[in-house]
Design a protein around this ligand. Structure first.
Ligand SMILES: Cc1ncc(COP(=O)(O)O)c(C=O)c1O
Length: 369
């Protein structure tokens, strides 16, 4: 028996179309010529969404595992021994990069900004200017901790002025923002299957500047996560080195078709913005305070403070909504109690209204205590 989907107001894994799930209901061999063609197609489509192509000097590689696997794979492949990284942090995923760099003994300078602030370009430039041994920069595009969208174009410009190689974790926003990796001079860009392309979980991907990776004088740090070897494997015979997440790739291939039919990146961004606008207006009307100031755009996910005027308990709040098949997301801030509502995935305006109605009724329960 297939049970009903829950509505996932999360940053992914998220709701997917029935056609996407159906595409996964199939057995097909990992060395099957049909699968090899699908993998090649997915890689080409990813390049298109990144505004580039093989002819423009970029490659797309699929990595088994979740987004973090590809982040770790990229950092450990892109940065050679002795390489030093400037890591820009304004949330948990920036801190995770720092943890990965520590584990692999990769030297890094962290510049830490407040979780509700955009990274300051002048501070970044000074850090690069006064630390001549910094040759790499890592940054999160949409810091999912709060939903804040960092000024990647400006950061890339500064980095390139100083000849720095750039690594952008675009996990939660790729597919829902116009990106041209050539124009933006992004060397490595990372995202995963279960975010804004709206596939099911199972793999991540890296879009990278071929010349930059080929010219990296690296000593191998990892077997399974090595981006270069993964790429070489796929280039050799179109096959994965190790067991691929076949069904997740079949679903993703369908998700790409659906996305194109919907109007691509522009339409997806517009859909999420519509969802976000409804939530922001409705939550304000219910007395919830948004964590980010209004001048910070955050249409992927929004963070709200726990209300202080009612006897609010997040576990009860979460559970009561979950009982109605509505799934929200806990907070991840270092020093404030908050929760998050995601706008991405197969959610429409009616779903957002349904959530708001349910939140209102739980709030009324709290008020009645
Ligand atoms: C910006 C960002 N980076 C990295 C990750 C980690 O991805 P995963 O949980 O798939 O490993 C996430 C997950 O939401 C994310 O939003």
């Amino acid at each position: 028996m297939i049970r009903a989907d829950k509505k996932l107001f999360t940053p992914g894994p998220l709701n997917t179309k029935a056609s996407v799930k159906e595409a996964a209901l199939r057995d097909i061999g990992s060395r099957d010529y049909e699968f090899i063609e699908i993998v090649a197609n997915v890689r080409q489509e990813l390049l298109k969404i990144a505004g580039t192509s093989n002819d423009n000097g970029y490659e797309a590689v699929i990595m088994q595992g979740s987004g973090t696997y590809a982040v770790e794979g990229t950092l450990t492949t892109a940065i050679p021994e002795g390489g030093k990284v400037l890591n820009i942090i304004n949330g948990a995923y920036g801190r995770r990069i720092s943890t990965i760099l520590d584990i692999h003994n990769i030297e890094h300078l962290d510049i830490i900004f407040a979780e509700n602030e955009l990274p300051n370009i002048n501070i970044i430039e000074d850090a690069i200017k006064y630390n001549e041994n910094i040759k790499y920069l890592s940054v999160i595009y949409c810091e999912t901790t709060t939903g804040i969208i960092n000024p990647i174009e400006e950061i890339m410009k500064i980095a390139k002025n100083y000849g720095i190689i750039t690594i952008v974790d675009a996990m939660s926003i790729f597919g829902a923002i116009e990106i041209n990796v050539n124009d933006m001079q992004i060397d490595y860009l990372i995202s995963s299957s279960n975010k804004c392309i709206e596939g099911i979980p199972g793999f991540a991907f890296v879009i990278f500047n071929r010349e930059v990776l080929v010219n990296t004088n690296r000593k191998k740090r990892t077997l399974s996560l090595d981006i270069f070897d993964q790429w070489k494997g796929l280039e050799r015979d179109g096959q994965f080195r190790f067991t691929p997440p076949i069904q997740a790739i079949l679903a993703f291939n369908q998700a790409l078709v659906e996305m194109e039919a919907e109007g691509g990146v522009i339409a997806r961004k517009a859909k999420y913005k519509r969802n976000a606008a409804i939530i922001l207006k409705g939550m304000e009307a219910l007395g919830f305070e948004k964590y980010l100031d209004n001048d910070k755009e955050s249409y992927i996910i929004n963070t709200f403070r726990y209300p202080k005027t009612i006897p609010f308990d997040f576990t009860t709040f979460y559970r009561r909504l979950n009982e109605k098949n509505l799934v929200i997301y806990p907070g991840k801030l270092t020093n404030e109690d908050c929760f998050r509502i995601g706008n991405i995935g197969e959610l429409n305006e009616k779903d957002m209204e349904t959530l708001l109605d349910a939140i209102e009724s739980v709030v009324n329960e709290f008020k009645a205590i």
